[in-house]
Design a protein around this ligand. Sequence first.
Ligand SMILES: NC(=O)c1ccc[n+]([C@@H]2O[C@H](COP(=O)([O-])OP(=O)(O)OC[C@H]3O[C@@H](n4cnc5c(N)ncnc54)[C@H](O)[C@@H]3O)[C@@H](O)[C@H]2O)c1
Length: 260
Amino acid sequence: MEFNGKTCVVSGAGGGIAFALCEQYAKDGANVVLLDVNEEAIIENAKKVEAFGGKALAIKTDLTSVAEIKTAMEKVEKTFGAVHVIANCAGISLYNDMLEYTEENWDLSLDLNLKAAFFLSQEGAKNMVKNKVKNGKIVSISSQAGVVGEPGGHAYGASKAGVRMMTQTMALDLAKYGICCTAIAPGCTNTEMIRAYFKRACVLEGMTAEEFEKMRTEEIPLGRLAEPEEIANLMYFLSSDKANYITGCTIDITGGVVNV
Ligand SMILES: NC(=O)c1ccc[n+]([C@@H]2O[C@H](COP(=O)([O-])OP(=O)(O)OC[C@H]3O[C@@H](n4cnc5c(N)ncnc54)[C@H](O)[C@@H]3O)[C@@H](O)[C@H]2O)c1
């Protein structure tokens, strides 16, 4: 019961990986805060969190707005007081050919995948410092696409490479408060996002989505996509007290794509 009574704020909690993480916190009896722009999804997921044994607070938040992040975190403090974990999971992958890449998609990718993760972490860290939280944790999701170039992944790859460096610099600034900052970099994981990615990116390779998925799967040494629970397992560990001496690093979890 690593997280019993602790408050864990999970962004993108309407989505696949984030909800798998919420489930693990909830089974420990945590206070789970679900942030997402998709209100219907977090209301449904909040009910599941309560059924698993956690306390849930769902707050509809467009994380591309720093003002909305601040308002959400004020509600969190009023409801639960101290925050122990920030899990930055919200993200969007908008792939397209470089010659056609739009400013709108560039801005949305960077605003959600990078800027939102920074400002949610900032609000979380302010809460932890104010409430003298011991061994606070900030865990963010980068991506394999932040180290390996992928056709069409300009803004996505740049934002996820940014998460790696942001994690290092936040870790430096927050070490004096005992707050650990880490990131994980998953490869292809079986969620809504990867289905959307296969549909968009296959066009750039002149393939069908099925052919493209087959090609990408064959590139993975372990020969299959990750399941969201497998990615959540690593985030759960990094946000637990078992990881109190791990900070500043990004851990690849790609079935061997990056490391083998
Ligand atoms: N699925 C993969 O293959 C994969 C691989 C590497 C990294 N990642 C990263 O993992 C994280 C989770 O991805 P997932 O696969 O679970 O995706 P998902 O699409 O299931 O979940 C993403 C969530 O983010 C939410 N979101 C989108 N825009 C938002 C906004 N403006 N404000 C608040 N919430 C918003 C969506 O509503 C959704 O619930 C993302 O950061 C993604 O980039 C995923």
